[in-house]
Write a new protein. Structure first.
Length: 303
């Protein structure tokens, strides 16, 4: 998802690795060393500051910089420059189990989100007046599929956010909703997990700042660790469901530490009716991770 508001310089820098633009060709570095830079051809773009390089072509999983008055790039944290493939490639040790746990289902790299937008933030443009509706009679929400579940290895992967280590409950959660490709929600069909997604997927988004803080504010490390995790939810009415972590929730709109944003169709099933009113939310929800990961929704694998 994409934030509609300005974000702190630190987080903006982290997410700069997800930008995609296309102007001038780059002569990629010949050395295969970690952190190798690119240098533009002679006809390439000169610069005085980093902002001058925002619209210069660079590979996925990298961020632009201005060095010696020439636009260059560096591979993002957790990636190294592979001269053979001309790509910023993930290091083999970066949350290896996230990719290895279900290697047979990994589908390769997807296109990055639209140029000039910050990837991966679920936002609620207006502050909701909390209302609660009893979801008495509604269809059963789409649940996760056991045949795709693998051990998330939460402890060995160092995942600690949202009581993950103990699989403990997160209480007093406010459950809001969003559409995955909507101007109202500032989304564009690409998630914080670097995946294409849609309104029918049984997904949710918790506070993205908690996930980033768990992994030194690296979007790559946090995404590889958290994306695809399964969680179970219990509403005050007693209704239960399981959802998959598919996105990150902009902390600006997180009203309680455990609050979550849920993809449209799944929320409407839980809510009991359809709505376009952002003030219609569910409160008093509790949820926890199950210790499993849905191998269909690994970080940066869906196109």
């Amino acid at each position: 998802m994409v934030s509609s508001s300005s974000i702190s310089a630190l987080v903006a820098f982290v997410f700069a690795a997800a930008e995609l633009s296309s102007v001038s060709p780059i002569n990629f570095p010949q050395a295969g060393t970690e952190g190798a830079e690119s240098h533009l051809y002679a006809r390439g773009q000169s610069c005085n500051k980093k902002a001058d390089c925002n619209n210069v072509t660079r590979p996925r999983n990298s961020f632009s910089q201005c060095k010696n008055n020439v636009c260059t790039f560096l591979c993002s944290t957790g990636y190294f420059w592979n001269a053979n493939t001309s790509k910023c490639q993930m290091k083999s040790g970066v949350i290896a189990s996230s990719a290895a746990a279900a290697a047979a289902t990994t589908r390769g790299v997807i296109p990055n989100p639209k140029a000039g937008q910050t990837q991966g933030w679920s936002t609620t443009p207006t502050v909701p007046t909390i209302t609660t509706t009893a979801a008495a009679s509604s269809p059963t929400p789409t649940r996760s599929d056991d045949s795709f579940m693998v051990d998330a290895k939460i402890s060995s992967n160092g995942i600690t956010g949202f009581n993950a280590k103990s699989l403990g409950w997160n209480t007093n959660a406010i459950m809001s909703w969003f559409r995955t490709d909507s101007a109202q929600d500032s989304t564009n069909g690409h998630s914080w997990c670097y995946n294409v997604y849609n309104n029918s997927q049984p997904g949710f988004a918790p506070d993205v700042s908690v996930m980033l803080a768990n992994f030194q504010w690296s979007n790559t490390l946090a995404g590889a660790a958290y994306c695809g995790l399964e969680a179970e939810f219990i509403l005050p009415s007693g209704k239960t469901t399981t959802l998959i972590l598919l996105d990150g929730f902009d902390p600006k709109w997180v009203k309680t530490p455990s609050s979550i944003d849920v993809i449209y169709d799944a929320f409407m099933d839980l809510y009991g009716s359809t709505t376009n009113n952002k003030n219609n939310v569910l409160q008093g929800v509790k949820w926890r991770f199950t210790g499993r990961r849905d191998s269909r929704y690994l970080f940066n694998t869906l196109n």
